[in-house]
Design a protein around this ligand. Structure first.
Ligand code: ZN
Length: 181
């Protein structure tokens, strides 16, 4: 069934995360002289979610708010941010873009990511094999053809680390550890 949303929600996105799914709504609120685009989580794990603190996404001018082109571009920009920490996205509702337009951006992004991952896979080095044997589960990244990620060898796999296949350098993003092989 098609859900209806309050009139001020100009964009509603479904996020697929690793652990829980959520729905966020985007709306505009006047703030002193300017306007702000805010987002708010309205559903968590398929249940209504209230009292979530709105996040200021972008301060905009009245002119931008009343520009269809500006608001249209903002909506498609969100689709470009899918993946990674944001999780996979799905279009639920918008006053500015159609589902087809939104998903075309998502598809293009995932195609680009697949192409990068394929290139990264081809840049595999013996260090990657070693990390695999040690149980760190290395994976080719989807953002840089020379970078793989795996469990962090400096912190017993508690979080991820980066491996640069050009230099065989492992970098922990948390502890600042680096090691060349
Ligand atoms: Zn670490």
């Amino acid at each position: 069934m098609q859900r209806t949303y309050p009139d001020n929600y100009f964009l509603v996105i479904y996020f697929h995360h690793y652990l829980v799914d959520s729905v966020s709504a985007y709306y505009v609120e006047k703030k002193e002289q300017n306007f702000g685009i805010y987002s708010k989580m309205i559903e968590l794990d398929r249940s209504p979610h209230e009292d979530d603190k709105p996040v200021l996404e972008k301060e905009i001018t009245a002119e931008e708010y009343h520009s269809f082109v500006f608001m249209y571009a903002f909506c498609l920009k969100q689709a470009e941010r899918s993946g990674g920490f944001k999780g996979g996205m799905e279009y639920l509702h918008s006053m500015y873009v159609s589902k087809e337009e939104f998903h075309a951006v998502l598809d293009e992004k995932s195609m680009k990511e697949k192409a990068i991952r394929k290139k990264a896979e081809a840049n595999r080095t013996p260090l990657i094999d070693e990390l695999k044997r040690e149980g760190f589960c290395p994976l080719p990244s989807s953002f840089n053809e020379f970078i793989w990620t795996s469990g962090c060898k400096f912190h017993k796999g508690k979080h991820f680390m980066f491996i640069d296949t050009r230099t065989n350098e492992c970098t922990c993003p948390y502890g600042g550890n680096k090691e060349k092989h």
